[in-house]
Write a protein that binds this ligand. Structure first.
Ligand SMILES: [Mn+2]
Length: 328
């Protein structure tokens, strides 16, 4: 039994209009299968639940986009980045898709895909919010990793470890076909970025976090203060009158709850802590967009697909909580 708390949204034209973008893309990292997540989430009933239980009017083209026509046959590394042309072209297209919903004042839900797709989703929301409201939005990035490597600090060259660097302007490219399309209107300010759940941060990234004074709550902070206090501090940092884009990497959850993901790290959030983060963001009334990424139903360390089913279920729960499901 579920009910909606029906929070009045502050920055949307109508609170019950939800744009949905389903992104079957895995090119920001090396493991195949994360592109199968949107279909798995949708066939487990997520969109139906959002409509029938939470009352959303969905704007969805009933397509899981694979962007095949945008993937070049040859895509050599640029500054060590893998698949630079493909990831740039696909995220540019996602930016347009998300922007189209957001400029109508809809909340936008994007189902990934690997976390590189947030280059597109955040670039699209940021631009729409600047145009509609004349202001900058905040980003809450829930993840085991901080995904803020520049091409030069990255050890792997996988772009899913770099989205925040490109979105904040820390990493730049002049080539229009390699993220040069990201303009100031698409960018976010590092002072309005908050991390929650970090526990696997690269050396170079730690320096970036420190030098830029970026607000970050690691698992250590959650252990020390509890998730309730951490959310209070995280939302306090953002301020209570700021549009929020929530980018939720399922690997923020402990592998006990979400084993089917490309880069699992032990010692993570419980499912309840993850749901609680999403519930708190919903309660602000400031949510303007959410990404759910890195569910990989083909990576299953469990028995008989149980791990994959659990991960998909956890992902659905996070989305429902962010969009208004409450326990009572
Ligand atoms: Mn991530």
């Amino acid at each position: 039994m579920t009910t909606t708390s029906m929070i009045q949204p502050k920055f949307l034209s109508k609170g019950d209009q939800l744009g949905v973008v389903a992104v079957g893309f895995s090119g920001g990292q090396c493991k195949p299968g994360v592109d199968a997540a949107p279909s798995a989430l949708i066939s487990s009933g997520l969109l139906t639940q959002l409509h029938t239980e939470l009352g959303y009017n969905l704007h969805h083209d009933d397509t899981v986009h694979s962007y095949k026509d945008l993937i070049p046959s040859s895509d050599p590394d640029v500054r060590g980045m893998k698949n630079p042309l493909a990831v740039s072209a696909v995220t540019r297209k996602i930016c347009e898709q998300v922007y189209t919903h957001a400029k109508e004042g809809r909340c936008v839900l994007t189902l990934g895909g690997d976390h590189s797709i947030a280059i597109g989703t955040i670039a699209g929301t940021a631009k729409a919010i600047k145009e509609r409201l004349g202001r900058e939005m905040a980003v809450i990035w829930v993840d085991a990793h901080c995904d803020i490597n520049t091409p030069e600090t990255s050890g792997s060259g996988n772009v899913h470890g770099m989205p925040v660097a490109f979105l904040s302007g820390l990493a730049k490219e002049d080539r229009e076909d390699v993220f040069g399309w990201i303009k100031e209107e698409n960018q976010i300010s590092l002072s309005k970025l908050v991390y929650i759940g970090l526990r696997d941060v690269d050396r170079g990234e730690k320096i970036i976090l420190r030098e830029n004074g970026i607000k970050a709550f690691s698992m250590h902070d959650i252990d020390r203060h509890g998730i309730g206090k951490v959310m209070e501090m995280a939302l306090g940092h953002i301020g209570n009158d700021t549009p929020i884009h929530l980018s939720f990497d399922v690997d923020a959850l402990d592998p006990l709850w979400a084993p089917s993901t490309g880069t699992p790290v032990r010692g993570g959030l419980t499912l309840r802590e993850g749901d609680f983060i999403a519930e708190c963001v919903h309660e602000t009334g400031c949510l303007v967009a959410m990404d759910l990424v890195e569910v990989n139903p083909t990576l299953d360390p469990g028995i008989n697909d149980l791990g994959a089913q659990e991960t998909v279920r956890a992902g659905c729960s996070l989305v429902r909580c962010a969009l208004g499901e409450s326990l009572l």
